[in-house]
Design a protein around this ligand. Sequence first.
Ligand SMILES: C[S@@+](CC[C@H](N)C(=O)[O-])C[C@H]1O[C@@H](n2cnc3c(N)ncnc32)[C@H](O)[C@@H]1O
Length: 204
Amino acid sequence: MTLSSINIPDEINRFPHSPAAAHLIDLANDRIEAFMLADDLVIENFVACDFHLLDQAITWIEQSHLLTGNHFCEFGSGFGVAALLASLRGMDSIGIEIESSLVEQSTSLAEELGLSAKFYCGSFVPRDITGILEIARDVEHVETHEGEVYEEIGLGLDDFDLFFAFPWPGEEQFFEAVFHAGAAVNSLLLSYRGRNGMHLLRKT
Ligand SMILES: C[S@@+](CC[C@H](N)C(=O)[O-])C[C@H]1O[C@@H](n2cnc3c(N)ncnc32)[C@H](O)[C@@H]1O
């Protein structure tokens, strides 16, 4: 099995946003700003991605008929905007986040917006990946020792059709290793790479 890259055209940044997606993004950005200003306890590993580009990338994936099913998972979901945007499109959507205060924030956004996305507190890193601690040796911004949550969710990595992640620079390969080891053949991993935009892989 291998990971094949799918080129996302630069023109997606001209795609319009639905009014509901635009509202979701504005609300989330307001909440994130308030959270960052109010919280004494800095969550060092949390930084939000470009939600407008994320919405455009999900639109492009959908319009290009690249999805093999309806299950969406956000690895390290923060405020859960990817999972919420997917839920807005009717996907069965979850987010996995290690920090309980962020799980609370994403859950209350989902409730407020009337979206069915669910957020789980724990680790997206499955325990049973051979050599995961070795792969994780240089990874600083992903918690690799906490317990996974797949049993609580009732789904495994191989039940999802589209994953989203925002890895810290240099840690992309760790997310790809988790995806490669556990995801179903033909599923997709969308990741945000800062200035390099969105990156899409299919497990083939
Ligand atoms: C760079 S932030 C991205 C947040 C969100 N996905 C976004 O794009 O706005 C990465 C998030 O992963 C979380 N995280 C780190 N290790 C984790 C793990 N093993 N399982 C779940 N979440 C984790 C951090 O707490 C942080 O909120």
